[in-house]
Design a protein around this ligand. Structure first.
Ligand code: PLP
Length: 334
């Protein structure tokens, strides 16, 4: 019974059917009918004109988005525990041709605007210091916390005042929107976001993420960077088809809600004493002794050892309700 990662989730039937439906001759790269519909489909979803590019990984979406916002000599402000800092093997630095990541602290991998202001205040405005060019946050965070529209707007306002580009790693953007019950626009362009990595893979996609630019002109150079970086797939239509299928009838939202609800059931079973952080999306961070972790594993539950005495449990759109109930009962029985 798998609760290790939402990356391990299956692809949903709609995404798979879309791949099958796209399986006929069409234009190559992004000249096909599916890829050409992406700008329009996302513009409709966000209620403003956007440019949308498919890529195969979240790392590529983040790195290309950041390269559009930060020059090689600039800095990207982000959380110390962010995916771009810890889990992308230097890809943001690689794609930006050497931009510096400047790290800030915050509970649950979340940045407060005051923290960002303090970090900015410590940077001397002279040629010897790397100057900030962009801010990147993750919503929902790597610890499963959400930024509300107001929190995102506060950061967006700060970016506007200081002339910074604003990027959101939205590998779990769908989960954040589902959790908050707000519109995708409230968590993005209306809050001052310039570029969003909109995740589909964790949420039932097969192999597609979308990089959304709320300043469409940023997409121009990105199309060349995507090719140069080896991410212009010749059969891009299979990626675009998955994304379009998940936008239709709000499959993306339905899937995210299912994942979040499963996590909420587990959180109720764990109780606040065991939880390291509130459960807002589809991840739980649970205090368990080594013996308790071993007992859960012996019952067939698979999860991630987060740190000493800490387990990360992740639900996904396809978490089997019977497995969720079984894990809830096993946690209650610890
Ligand atoms: C917060 C976050 N950002 C981005 C990604 C995308 O990673 P990948 O390049 O493996 O698709 C992940 C995947 O685990 C993630 O958790």
């Amino acid at each position: 019974m798998r609760f290790f990662s939402d990356n391990a989730a299956a692809a949903c039937p709609e995404a798979l059917a879309a791949v099958a439906a796209a399986n006929r001759i069409d234009a190559a790269y992004d000249g096909d009918a599916y890829s050409r519909r992406l700008d329009g489909a996302f513009s409709e979803l966000f209620g403003t004109e956007v440019a949308a590019l498919w890529v195969a990984t979240g790392t590529a979406a983040n790195s290309l988005g950041l390269a559009a916002l930060c020059p090689p000599h600039g800095a990207i402000l982000c959380h110390r525990d962010s995916h771009i800092q810890n889990d992308e093997c230097g890809a943001p630095e690689f794609y930006t041709h050497g931009a510096k990541l400047m790290l800030a602290e915050g509970i649950g991998a979340k940045l407060a605007s005051e923290t960002v202001k303090t970090l900015l205040g410590a940077i001397r405005d002279d040629v010897h210091q790397v100057q900030p060019a962009a801010l990147s946050i993750t919503n929902a965070t790597e610890y499963g916390l959400v930024y509300t529209p107001a929190e995102t707007s506060a950061l967006g306002e700060l970016c506007r005042e200081r002339g910074l580009g604003f990027h959101v790693d939205g590998a779990r953007f769908a989960n954040a929107v589902a959790s908050l019950g707000c519109s995708p626009a409230d968590l993005s362009w209306k809050a001052g976001v310039d570029a969003l990595s909109f995740g589909f893979v964790k949420n039932g996609g097969l192999s597609a993420e979308a990089l959304i630019f709320f300043r469409p002109e940023l997409a121009e150079a990105t199309r060349y960077r995507r090719k140069r970086g080896g991410h212009l797939l010749s059969k891009g239509r299979y990626l675009a088809a998955q994304i379009l299928a998940m936008l239709e009838r709000e499959v993306w939202l339905r899937n995210a809600r299912a994942a979040n609800e499963a996590a909420t059931r587990l959180a109720e079973a764990a109780g606040s004493d065991r939880l390291l952080l509130p459960v807002q999306v589809n991840e739980l961070f649970v205090r368990v002794t080594p013996d308790e972790a071993a007992a859960l594993r012996a019952q067939g539950f698979d999860f991630y050892d987060w740190g000493p005495g800490e387990a990360r449990v992740v639900t996904s759109w396809d978490s089997d309700p019977a497995d969720v109930d079984a894990l809830a009962a096993a946690i209650r029985a610890l």
